[in-house]
Every structure is written in structure tokens, then in C-alpha cells.
Design a protein around this ligand. Structure first.
Ligand code: ADP
Ligand code: MG
Length: 608
């Protein structure tokens, strides 16, 4: 194992690395740095995520750079703005003791004039997203005719995102004798295509095993029904009160929805996807990096390459379409020597999709059980106690109130006092998780239709409504009608039963009165609506398990498609008109066009 000095780096760089706490080079740095310093051959370099590829290409360039010349000598392309900013910042840190070295990051969504002013000062290294880079070339503000190095970071993603034209245009204006460096964690076909099209007899170096997941990441999966995907997600978060992680969704729409639901449910979460403005994305990333934000819900594109250290979890809310993407997702955790957990929430239908991933990462997934309400309450309670112990008292702020507080709590025993204080924080969990259901699905039930299971839920009230099929009511319209009443922000809707002239629906028991009140003046197609609380359905068979009861009774008295048991979140914003059509199955909704995977990030892409 060599040192950074032995790799041939100058004192200024070594000093900066020391400041950053980089003690010795990682394997990819050990291999790539001398290679680039000593050879002008093109290079394909592969190393797992989180192994320091940024420094592997930046350090040799800084070493070789002519700081006296103001010409742009290196252009680094990266697929997203966040990643470009991250690389730019890294290079600034590496070069902080080097005199006269200027680095500029250029990306869309930000003021181009400011970037042009930056370029005019003379920058040796430009980090950019393909779109903005081409824009600046066309405006004759960015001159790449003296470029010695072209670096493609996460190149496969740039092609995935439809940046082939931009890559071609950048290439066209760079000199033939430049050195092209390609860095990637995975090795999909796209990367081969780039190597063929853009590189001359590249040298290939690999650190660790190609395409494999990090050893620091353990991979776990939970089998749930489609309907329970979100509740299971919440339980996993609740069971890990100190979670600091990224939840990956497949589409922008799903990302926005999951983030919104989590926020409404009181989690410290926010979304990152291509439909957000640059300033929104910046704000979210800043909160996430400084840990003000605990949970980032993101699309693959938005979170590619992001280097946020010490993430505890990566959660695959849905598995990615492409196996490669799992490696990129799970690689957001377990970075720089830390340990991390990558979780996949899957339905029985998706169990088969784990195998190809396991082959790729060369590791097995471990099956986990969705935590029970009791387990969650326990971990929340201990975390609360832990926090209490760790909390420092701010005497300056609190002392003046203490006397009043003491006197108002007078007469309470120590034990009683502790019990009360803990309950203040903890009751919401106890309440939420009382009689909570088991969300696990036995794996052998593979392929069973999620909708085929009736639930009988203690937490639901059953309501009668004086509208039925004859009034043109269907489950979708009923959900819409319920949402229109704004009963509460996030009311949970249970089973729906549409009959000819009247119907039934279930709603969160805690809002029974609110529901009745909300419907007082409601109308539907000009008809006055009447909603009343009604008895829960009578159950047959005495001694069987709760959640099994009612099975087989589901379709009695109504056509199959009129029964709906997959729960949807309420809140007017969530009602989706598409849902009022003929199909309600969760799988079908995934295929709606607006739910295409987020491969756009705001620009045209080749593939979907
Ligand atoms: P990759 O691009 O391979 O996914 P990054 O370049 O983003 O990885 O680096 C991952 C993390 O490891 C960063 O936080 C970086 O600062 C840190 N790092 C890189 N090289 C070293 C090193 N030699 N010693 C310590 N930390 C390092
Ligand atoms: Mg990287």
C-alpha cells in the first residue's frame, strides 16, 4: 500500500489531503493517479461507489495542470447538477493550497451570466452538466480547444439521460489529442458504447470487483403486499428513530407522493427529483447534508453519485427497473469505510427480482420481518430515554421558568413524573400501534393477488352512504367524494363496498364524528348525500384469526371490481382522477404514463 507522496503528488495537494483526513489512497486512487500522471492513454476506470473516484481523477489533473495558463485544460462532465457541484467542491478542497488554480461548476437552472463572468476570469478546470456545457460552448463563452483532459463521471447515466448529442458536441470541440478518462461504478453496455465511440485504445483499470456492491453494505428485504408498502416503510422508519437515509422511488410522481405522505405523517422527510427547481433542490440537499433533514426521497437520476457520508439506510421503496441501478442506490450508504443497510420492500411478485441483483452484487439478501407495533414502541421508547440522557440543559434559557414549573408539578412522585414525561412523547406511538396488524407476507404466498385479501380492521369505522351503482358511484368516485370533504389531512380509507342503491366505506375510527359532520352538506351529482355510522359487518366462524375472517365474503352482494381494499391516503390533493376508471389494482396504476421512471430530469432522453 503506497502513500499519496509515492503517487507523485506535490506538497500543496498533500497538505490539502491531510486537512481532509485522507491518510492513504484508496485502491482506485493508487491505481489511477500514477497512471494518469505518467501516461496520456485514455482510461476506463471501475471501482465500487464510495471508494474515492473523484479524487482518483482530480488529483493527477491538479498535479499536471498548468496554473500559469488561464486556458481551460480539463472539462469534467457529470449527469446531474448536484453531482457536478459536489465534484467542483471536492476539487476546490484538493487545490486550496495551489496558487492560481480556478475551478468553475456550470449547470442548468442557475444564472448563466454569472457562470459566464466566472469563465471570463479564466478557469483551468470546468465541471459541468452536459446541457449547460454545450450551451456555453455555443455562446462562445466556453473554449475547449486547449483541453488536455475530458473526464466522464457516471457516464452511463449521462447516456441513459439522453445526453448523447451533448456528449458528441462537447467532443467535437475538444482537440483530438486530449486524454479521455471514464470513471464508473458499474459496467453496463452503455459504458462499452462510450469507450468504443469516444476513446482510443483505452487502458482499463479495476479496483475491487467490477459491478459488485460494497462490502460495507448489508442487503435486506421485506415481503409485503402492495397495499402495505407504505405502512411498512413507516414502520421501518419508526423502528429506526435515528435513520438518516435515502428512500428510492421509481418515478418522480411516486417520489413526490411518498415524500408528501411521510411529511404529512410527521416524518422529517423531503423529496429530490427532476421536476423541482434548482433552488428547491439546493435547499433540500443542503438540509440533507447538514442532517437537518433525516429522510431524502429521491429518484435514481437525482441521487446518482451523491456523496453524503454516514447514511444509515438506503431504502428501495420499489426495486429499480434495471439491476445496475440497485448497485448505484445501495452505494449511497456504506461509504468511506462506514457501514450501511440497503433495504428492499418487495411484494411476493417481486421476490424473483432479487436473484439477478444478488448475482450482480455477489451477495445474498437477508429476509427481515416488518417490525411489530410492540417492537417499534420499544425502540422508540429507548431512543427517547437515550435522548433525554444526552440532552444538555440550557440553564440560561430555562432557569427563569423553573420555579413556576417546579411548583406546578409539586406533589408528583419521581416515578410518576417520569411516567408522565415519557408519555407526553410516547403516547402517539402507543396509540398508533395499539392492535397494529402484522404486515408481513409469507413468501410462499407468492403471486397471490393483493386485492384478494379482506381485512378486518379494528381501527376503522364503517359508514353507510345513500349512493350506489345506480347513482353512478364507483370506488374511485367514492374516494374522490371522501377526499373532497377534507375530513382531515391524511385520513386512511379502508374497505369500500358499492351496492346498487347504497354503499359502505371504512375510515379511520379516530375521525368518526368529523366524517359525519363533514358529509352533512355534501352532494354528489346533484343528490344530497347521507352518511351514517353503521355496524361492522357480522363475522362468520367463531375462533378463526381476525384477519382471516371475512375472506370469501368479500364479493357477496357486489361485483368484484366494485370492492376495493387497497388503502389510499386521503387529502384532496391525493385524489387521482385516473383512479376512477375501471381498474384500481396497484399494479395497473404503476403503468400510467405519468408514472414513467424519472429519467428525464428535465431533458429529452433516449430510453424510458
Ligand atoms: P465515488 O465517486 O467512488 O463514489 P467519492 O469520490 O464520492 O466516491 O468519495 C467517497 C467519499 O470518500 C468522499 O466523502 C471522500 O471524501 C472520501 N474519500 C475519498 N478518498 C479518500 C481517502 N483516500 N481517504 C479517506 N477518505 C476518502
Ligand atoms: Mg463518484
Amino acid at each position: 500500500m503506497s502513500t499519496f507522496t509515492e503517487l507523485g503528488l506535490n506538497d500543496e495537494i498533500l497538505k490539502a489531503l491531510q486537512d481532509l483526513g485522507y491518510e492513504k489512497p484508496s485502491e482506485i486512487q493508487e491505481k489511477a493517479v500514477p497512471q494518469v500522471i505518467n501516461s496520456t492513454d485514455d482510461l476506463k476506470a471501475f471501482a465500487q461507489t464510495g471508494t474515492g473516484k473523484t479524487a482518483a481523477f482530480s488529483l493527477p489533473i491538479l498535479q499536471l495542470l498548468d496554473a500559469k495558463s488561464k486556458n481551460t485544460q480539463a472539462i469534467i462532465l457529470s449527469p446531474t447538477r448536484e453531482l457536478a457541484v459536489q465534484i467542483g467542491n471536492n476539487i476546490k478542497e484538493f487545490s486550496k493550497y495551489m496558487k492560481g488554480v480556478n475551478v468553475l461548476t456550470v449547470y442548468g437552472g442557475a444564472n448563466i451570466d454569472e457562470q459566464i463572468r466566472g469563465l471570463r476570469k479564466g478557469v483551468q478546470i470546468v465541471v459541468g452538466t452536459p446541457g449547460r456545457t454545450v450551451d456555453l460552448i455555443k455562446r462562445r463563452q466556453l473554449h475547449l480547444d486547449n483541453v488536455k483532459w475530458l473526464i466522464l463521471d457516471e457516464a452511463d447515466e449521462m447516456l441513459n439521460m439522453g445526453f448523447k448529442d451533448e456528449l458528441d458536441q462537447v467532443l467535437e470541440v475538444t482537440p483530438d489529442e486530449k486524454q479521455t478518462l471514464l470513471f464508473s461504478a458499474t459496467f453496463p453496455r452503455e459504458v462499452e458504447a462510450i469507450a468504443r465511440n469516444y476513446m482510443h485504445n483505452p487502458i482499463e483499470i479495476t479496483a475491487g470487483q467490477k459491478n459488485t456492491g460494497s462490502d460495507n453494505v448489508s442487503n435486506e428485504y421485506y415481503v409485503v403486499t402492495e397495499r402495505n408498502r407504505y405502512p411498512a416503510l413507516k414502520r421501518i422508519c419508526d423502528a429506526n428513530p435515528d435513520v438518516y437515509g435515502i428512500i428510492f422511488c421509481r418515478t418522480k410522481r411516486e417520489t413526490a407522493q411518498v415524500a408528501e405522505n411521510l411529511m404529512q405523517d410527521g416524518y422529517n422527510a423531503d423529496a429530490l427529483h427532476g421536476d423541482l427547481s434548482q433552488s428547491q433542490r439546493d435547499a433540500v440537499m443542503q438540509k440533507f447534508r447538514n442532517k437537518t433533514l433525516q429522510i431524502l426521497v429521491a429518484t435514481d437520476v437525482a441521487a446518482r453519485g451523491l456523496d453524503v457520508n454516514s447514511l444509515t439506510h438506503v431504502i428501495n421503496y420499489k426495486l429499480p427497473d434495471q439491476t445496475e441501478a440497485y448497485t448505484h442506490r445501495s452505494g449511497r450508504t456504506g461509504r468511506a469505510g462506514n457501514k450501511g443497510i440497503s433495504i428492499a420492500l418487495i411484494t411476493n411478485k417481486e421476490v424473483g427480482r432479487l436473484r439477478p441483483i444478488e448475482r450482480k452484487i455477489n451477495k445474498k439478501f437477508e429476509k427481515k420481518e416488518v417490525p411489530s407495533g410492540e417492537e417499534i414502541c420499544k425502540s422508540q421508547l429507548f431512543s427517547l430515554i437515550d435522548n433525554v440522557k444526552k440532552t444538555e440543559v440550557n440553564h440560561e434559557q430555562i432557569d427563569s421558568y423553573l420555579e413556576t414549573i417546579y411548583s406546578s408539578l409539586e406533589g408528583l412522585e419521581r416515578e410518576e413524573l417520569i411516567q408522565k414525561f415519557v408519555s407526553v412523547e410516547f403516547n402517539k406511538f402507543l396509540k398508533y400501534y395499539t392492535n397494529s396488524r402484522d404486515l408481513n407476507v409469507a413468501e410462499r404466498e407468492r403471486g397471490r393477488d393483493d386485492r384478494g385479501k379482506a381485512r378486518d380492521d379494528e381501527n376503522m369505522s364503517r359508514f353507510f352512504i345513500n349512493l350506489g351503482r345506480k347513482d353512478d358511484l364507483n370506488p374511485g368516485k367514492l374516494i374522490g367524494l371522501i377526499n373532497q370533504q377534507n375530513i382531515t389531512n391524511n385520513v386512511e380509507i379502508g374497505q369500500i363496498e358499492i351496492l346498487d342503491t347504497f354503499s359502505f366505506f371504512e375510515l379511520d375510527k379516530n375521525f368518526t364524528d368529523e366524517t359525519i359532520t363533514a358529509f352533512t352538506d355534501a352532494t354528489f351529482n346533484g343528490r344530497n348525500v347521507n352518511v351514517e355510522i353503521t355496524e361492522k359487518r357480522k363475522r362468520s366462524g367463531g375462533g378463526r384469526r381476525e384477519d382471516r375472517r371475512g375472506r370469501g365474503r368479500r364479493f357477496e352482494g357486489g361485483r368484484r371490481e366494485d370492492r376495493r381494499s387497497d388503502r389510499r391516503k386521503g387529502g384532496s390533493g391525493n385524489y387521482d382522477k385516473n383512479k376512477s376508471g375501471k381498474s384500481y389494482g396497484p399494479d395497473r396504476s404503476d403503468r400510467r404514463s405519468a408514472d414513467k421512471p424519472d429519467r428525464s430530469a428535465g431533458f429529452g432522453r433516449r430510453r424510458s
